[in-house]
Design a protein around this ligand. Structure first.
Ligand SMILES: Cc1cc2nc3c(=O)[nH]c(=O)nc-3n(C[C@H](O)[C@H](O)[C@H](O)COP(=O)(O)OP(=O)(O)OC[C@H]3O[C@@H](n4cnc5c(N)ncnc54)[C@H](O)[C@@H]3O)c2cc1C
Length: 414
């Protein structure tokens, strides 16, 4: 599942699979056996609740959930730290079991417990997947399916305005002036931009404005993509996903995302482990990723940008050098870094936020912005809505918006 490394040399690999995961934690922390078993039971109960809601197509009564699946509401309103305190005492165990916190973008003291528990139990129950041919092939497959079903895709077509007539969506206008008339728009552009830039300002209801502005904007990323001219076996890269922590204190690590300094939390992903053909035989692809607040990068002057970017990339390579791969520099053939500005450039997400707004206790899946947009005929999807950032969550959110649109159409709502 993942390998974790800590500053005192603690180095452990956690396996995939419900039983294997539980057994490993019990083996590492036998004095916490009872808490670990109860935690796993709770995770299973949460999964049963989620499956129940899914089986009802989202139609359920809150009373029913409170009675039959009480863990769901219970963990939706507390932080992950509060939840862990109910099961564990050992701080090392809490750090290790929280290791994937970067996937959500908040440390356990701030993160919505539901989000983390759902993520962990999904991974343990169904595993994780890497798209053959990299993530682009996944987008490509979706485009193919869309076209086969009669859809038409326009590339390099930046939408500038959503046109409104009779208080509802009437079309879109591209930045080059082209106009497409339509009755509905499903926007994957972040909701702040959709509502505040694309719609006429007097058309956005006050209540909607409050919803999009209330939550905090989450972190962006900083990645170093490295091509190495040796196999991962030769390099000693023993796991697909290695988390390198230079502190046990996750709040302290989170604070480094607000500073232009060496990260105290990063992940080194070696894709060759799961997808042999990702690079030619005898070579390795390694991607180092940490999180960074996008705002920080907006304030770097143009003449300093490359210097800062190269320095942080170099510091991340040094961390790898000191931990999992001492001679990495001898094998680097190519290295390319991406900053929050890179992620902004490609996604146009505000501050380059890769998961949308933060998933704290006030902004978990239950309370997060939903797909119904600011005006009739407008639907909102993507990381800023429904279940938050990530591939599977945004795909499920897209399905919800599509269902909403089809239902509205069937019921002749517009
Ligand atoms: C380095 C990195 C690694 C990650 N790893 C993982 C991972 O392993 N697993 C995982 O689940 N998630 C991962 N994520 C997170 C995941 O990629 C995102 O949460 C997810 O892609 C968000 O999807 P989205 O649909 O909200 O929109 P985005 O992927 O942000 O896409 C928005 C799209 O809208 C387009 N757009 C913006 N403005 C306009 C406009 N005006 N007109 C037309 N088009 C516009 C953009 O061009 C873009 O294509 C990672 C992210 C990063 C940066």
């Amino acid at each position: 599942f993942y390998r974790s490394i800590y500053p005192d040399g603690y180095d452990v690999t956690i396996p995939f699979g419900l039983e294997e995961y539980k057994e490993k934690f019990v083996e590492l922390f036998p004095h916490e056996k009872k808490g670990i078993e109860e935690f796993m039971e709770m995770c299973q109960a949460v999964l049963a609740g989620i499956e129940y809601i899914a089986s009802r197509g989202g139609k359920f009564s809150p009373q029913e959930i409170l009675k039959e699946h009480p863990w769901l509401p219970r963990i939706s309103g507390i932080t992950l730290s509060d939840l862990f305190d109910k099961f564990f005492k050992d701080k090392k165990l809490i750090a290790l079991i929280s290791q994937l916190w970067g996937y959500v973008g908040l440390p356990p003291d701030q993160m919505n417990a539901y989000v983390y528990v759902a993520m962990i139990i999904f991974y343990l129950k169904w595993g994780a997947a890497f798209p053959e041919g990299r993530s682009h092939s996944f987008s490509h497959a979706m485009v193919q399916a869309f076209k086969e079903l009669g859809g038409d895709v326009r590339y390099n077509a930046l939408v500038n305005r959503i046109l409104v007539e009779n208080e509802r969506v009437a079309g879109v206008e591209l930045i080059n002036g082209d106009v497409y008339q339509c009755k509905a728009v499903i926007s994957n552009v972040n909701p702040i931009c959709t509502a505040m830039k694309m719609l006429p300002q007097d058309k956005v209801p006050e209540e909607y404005l409050r919803k999009i502005y209330a939550p905090e904007i989450g972190p962006s990323g900083f990645s170093v993509y490295i091509g190495l001219n040796a196999s991962y076996e030769e390099l000693g890269l023993s796991a697909h996903e290695t988390f390198i922590n230079t502190t046990y204190d996750m709040n302290e690590a989170f604070e480094t995302f607000r500073k232009l300094e060496p990260p105290k939390y990063m992940v080194a992903a070696c894709y060759n482990h799961i997808y042999e053909d990702i690079s030619p035989p005898g070579t390795t692809q390694l991607v180092l990723t940490t999180l960074q607040m996008g705002k920080l990068w907006q304030n770097i002057s143009a003449d300093q940008y490359f210097k800062v970017k190269d320095r942080i990339a170099d510091e991340m390579v040094s961390i790898v050098e000191k931990t999992i791969c001492p001679n990495i520099r001898d094998y680097i053939e190519v290295a390319e870094a991406a900053t929050p500005l890179t992620y902004y450039r490609y996604s146009k997400n505000i501050e380059g936020a890769i998961y949308g707004t933060t998933q704290d206790v006030t902004n978990g899946p239950m309370l997060r912005l939903k797909s119904r947009g600011a005006i009739p005929g407008l639907y909102q999807v993507g990381a800023w809505t429904n279940f938050g950032g990530g591939f599977s969550t945004t795909i499920v959110g897209g399905r919800i918006a599509a269902g909403m649109y089809l239902k509205d159409k069937k019921e002749d709502r517009w």
